[in-house]
Design a protein around this ligand. Structure first.
Ligand code: ZN
Ligand code: ZN
Length: 331
């Protein structure tokens, strides 16, 4: 903060970076979008989930900052999750700006929300195979289909690869591969100012969800996530701008804390397997019975990511019964 009066209650200035809190209809409450001014226009990072409230907030916040939609020169996405990607198409329609996202992120967005939404079928089949009760399959499908308006229209994406540089405002940042929380997740780093836009890879206070999705883009997302945390912990970062909560300055420490958190969760899940259990049963024991459908979807994906890590490490095994239902047991 540089002491100037706030431009708008949802906008916070951190030197050259404007943080915009865009509302979310989930307990996370908001996603952080960031705006950086450059000679050729503004860079917008992770514009948020498309809802009426988010559109209204953006209209107000941009007016308060004196930014017209046409002043946006590029839209950069750390990853494809709807709370970050959802408004990218809406902003592209209004600004004509390119939308930059990793190729894996683009591929996942296509499978989730592109024609026919093939991921919905695959994910439901996977969940059923891992013990999701039949009576929850239909509500789960409706829940997933319910996201489509919040990510529409789909933007036309310009792929951004890890190792490439990208201009944010007037400064050049490096895109760093940090898969795990999402396939193709990128953190954006500038060594000169030790600044990082870390998306949802590292969050203060919250442990980012690491979930398994079918389709072969990442067969062991928790292994990818832990490796990405190791990689990112080696960067010198004075200012980390996360996708949720507030900017923070202890990225290395937080990355190492998250590694310990997953080590403990892996051990806790393995210790639940006194007898063979489905991932759904492990999920209920680990996360409880009082989950909304939204929470259950992420908890079950997270449980699967941990069980798959344990299976790949030779610490548990999975066996299918005659109905094709998989059960995990401790080795
Ligand atoms: Zn995310
Ligand atoms: Zn997020």
């Amino acid at each position: 903060m540089d002491g100037k009066a706030p431009l708008h209650p949802s906008v916070t200035r951190h030197e050259e970076v404007l943080q915009v809190k865009v509302p979310l209809p989930f307990p996370l409450r908001w996603v952080n979008s960031y705006l950086l001014r450059g000679k050729d226009g503004w860079t917008l990072i992770d514009p948020g989930l498309r809802t009426d409230a988010a559109e209204a907030l953006w209209d107000e916040a941009l007016a308060a900052c004196g930014i017209a939609a046409g002043d946006i020169a590029r839209i950069v996405l750390t990853h494809h999750h709807p709370d970050h990607y959802g408004l990218a198409g809406w902003f592209q329609m209004r600004s004509g700006a390119p939308v930059l996202l990793s190729a894996d992120g683009l591929e996942q967005a296509r499978r989730l929300w592109g024609g026919g939404q093939p991921m919905t079928e695959q994910l439901l089949a996977l969940f059923r195979e891992h013990g999701l009760p039949a009576e929850l399959a239909l509500p789960m499908r409706e829940h997933m289909d319910g996201f489509v308006p919040s990510v529409s229209p789909q933007p036309e994406v310009t792929p951004l690869a890890a190792g490439e540089t990208v201009r944010l405002g007037d400064d050049v940042y490096e895109a760093i591969a940090t898969p795990g929380h999402a396939a193709g997740h990128l953190c954006l780093y500038r060594a000169e100012t030790e600044t990082m836009f870390c998306g949802d890879h590292v969050l203060p206070q919250i442990s980012p969800n690491v979930g398994y999705l079918p389709g072969g883009i990442d067969e062991n997302p928790l292994a990818s996530y832990l490796e990405s945390l190791q990689r990112i912990s080696r960067y010198a970062v004075k200012r980390a701008f996360p996708g949720h909560r507030e900017p923070f300055g202890h990225l290395t420490q937080r990355a190492l804390e998250l590694i310990r958190h997953h080590d403990e969760r892996l051990e806790a899940m393995r210790s639940l397997l006194d007898s063979p259990l489905t991932a759904y049963e492990v999920c209920r024991l680990a996360f409880g019975e009082r989950l909304t459908l939204h929470q259950l979807r992420f908890a079950l994906s997270e449980t699967l990511a941990h069980l798959i890590w344990l299976r790949e490490a030779g610490k548990v095994q999975a066996e299918a019964d005659e109905d094709g239902i998989q059960r995990f047991s401790r080795l």
